[in-house]
Design a protein around this ligand. Structure first.
Ligand code: SIN
Ligand code: FE2
Length: 227
């Protein structure tokens, strides 16, 4: 898919590129329907922090050959759902197309982490660094409620800024921004003028909830025959 001419990327930092409104309304509905079917097969579950076992405030699932999981024994990628033991479902076509459009990476993504936020959920500042292919960017796609995304630098003590991510937005974290700290401060309540908007929320989300997909290349191309 060629990029629509009206798409205006914003470089928030070198390598951190925001594409507001990358998915239009029909594309968001299609992606949401695809995800609803996949989540019926790979139900969202509540991960726990390594060592402490403290529950995350988001629930998670994955699509792809590999899924990112966290439990008392640590963070890792694995090929099966931790509760059902089944392989993860395939990455939705629209997400693969977004990777093709925006990643600039010559190999397919292997993992698509699905984070589901209810109105009170958040995600603390962290780096995505469990992937061997750190030359590949991480691509994020957002659906549902808007969120305040916080981003800093490679060191936790670097100054941070925030940007609002809305339904349909894409964000690339690559190059010099591949290892920046980032997180979600909070989910934003619906804007008053959107309260009676016609767009149905994705059916698998709680009221005023948000869904974020992050696509990752995990193994270095050539190291493993996963894609
Ligand atoms: C993440 O960093 O895994 C999720 C970011 C987001 O929800 O936008
Ligand atoms: Fe992340």
């Amino acid at each position: 898919m060629g990029l629509p001419a009206e798409l205006r990327p914003v470089e928030l930092l070198p390598g951190l590129i925001h594409y507001p409104g990358y998915l239009d309304g029909p594309a968001r509905c299609r992606l949401a329907a695809d995800l609803a079917a996949r989540l019926a097969d790979a139900p969202p579950y509540r991960p726990r922090m390594p060592r402490t076992g403290r529950p995350f405030s988001v629930t998670m699932s994955n699509c792809g050959a590999l899924g990112w999981v966290s439990d008392r024994s640590g963070y890792r990628y694995q090929a099966h759902h931790p509760e059902t033991g089944k392989p993860w479902p395939a990455i939705p076509d629209l997400a693969l197309r977004a990777w093709d459009d925006l990643s600039g990476y010559p190999a397919l993504p292997e993992a698509c982490l699905v984070n589901l936020y209810d109105a009170d959920a958040r995600m603390g500042l962290h780096q995505d660094r469990d992937e061997a292919a750190l030359d590949a960017p991480v691509l994020s796609l957002s659906l549902g409620a808007s969120a305040l995304f916080r981003y800093g630098g490679p060191n936790r003590s670097n100054p941070t800024r925030s940007v609002r991510l809305h339904a349909g937005d894409a964000l690339i974290m690559g190059g010099a921004a591949r290892l920046i700290h980032h997180g979600i401060d909070r989910i934003l309540p619906p804007a008053p003028d959107l309260l009676d908007s016609a767009e149905p929320g994705p059916g698998f989300l709680p009221q005023d909830g948000r869904c974020n997909l992050t696509l990752r290349r995990v193994t270095r191309p050539g190291d493993a025959p996963t894609a």
